[in-house]
Design a binder for this molecule. Structure first.
Ligand SMILES: [Mg+2]
Length: 258
């Protein structure tokens, strides 16, 4: 009887402490700073390094573009450059931060909601400058995006707001699920994209944050290959890859995937 009473007293005394642990666990589980994507969004939204990298890549690419425009365009072609949109010329990190705050998964319905809200998208540092530079040297500015045509109006609105130059935007057509960009890359080169610019273009540069923003490039083809492999030969001369630690085809990679 005495032992039983002591157990009850002990439980009574420990209850407040266990509640404290419970509160602490609740806080940790619901604190977005503990979410797996928090650091990548923090880096993208706030770091000086992010701005420096974009500036480096855009500035270093300018003389390469100019040289290609002057010396490498074949007869019968006009000069063209291809840009991706998100995390290449527009910064949609606020959207990623919102879904993190709301504890939601990345999905098309939330994307539509936020993509239509222009206030969640801003220009990438240097995006206006590089796109206007490409135009100024006489090359066509093509944007190839996996945003759907449903976002056409707000997308154009935000590009115009930040003075980002473009000649044409190739969206994913409504109802088409194939988001592989290669057919659109080929259409630009052949001048056969429906209702768009009809010139045959020689593309002198591609800019993107995902390996799939570059022709015939898929994450699995690059996996476990080091920088000396010739699969990387065009990077820095025709392909300009920009940073995105928040999402991308790389997230399906596995460490030690032998
Ligand atoms: Mg992108």
């Amino acid at each position: 009887m005495k032992f039983c009473f002591c157990i009850h007293v002990l439980i009574y005394l420990l209850l407040p402490i266990s509640n404290l642990f419970a509160i602490d666990n609740y806080y940790n589980e619901n604190n977005i700073e503990n979410s797996k994507n928090y650091d990548s969004i923090l880096w993208y939204k706030t770091s000086a390094e992010k701005i420096a990298i974009y500036r480096e890549i855009f500035e270093l690419s300018k003389p390469i573009l100019l040289n290609a425009k002057k010396n490498k365009i074949k007869s019968g072609y006009v000069c063209g450059v291809v840009f991706d949109i998100d995390e290449t010329i527009l910064d949609s990190s606020e959207f990623n931060y919102k879904i993190l705050q709301e504890g939601k998964e990345y999905g098309s319905s939330s994307w539509k909601k936020y993509a239509n809200a222009s206030k969640y998208t801003i220009a990438i540092p240097g995006a206006s400058d590089i796109t206007n530079y490409v135009h100024s040297i006489g090359c066509i500015v093509n944007i190839v995006t996996n945003r759907s045509t449903l976002t056409l109006l707000p997308t154009k609105e935000i590009l115009n707001k930040y003075n980002i130059y473009y000649d044409q935007i190739l969206f994913v057509e409504t109802g088409i699920k194939d988001k592989d960009k290669n057919s659109r890359f080929k259409a630009i080169i052949n001048g056969k994209y429906p209702s768009k610019i009809k010139y045959k273009q020689q593309i002198i540069a591609y800019y993107g944050d995902n390996i799939q923003d570059f022709p015939d490039s898929y994450q699995k083809n690059y996996f476990n290959k080091d920088s000396s492999n010739n699969i990387y030969d065009k990077f820095g001369t025709e392909y300009f890859c920009l940073p995105n630690p928040m999402y991308g085809s790389w997230t399906n990679n596995k460490i030690n995937n032998n």
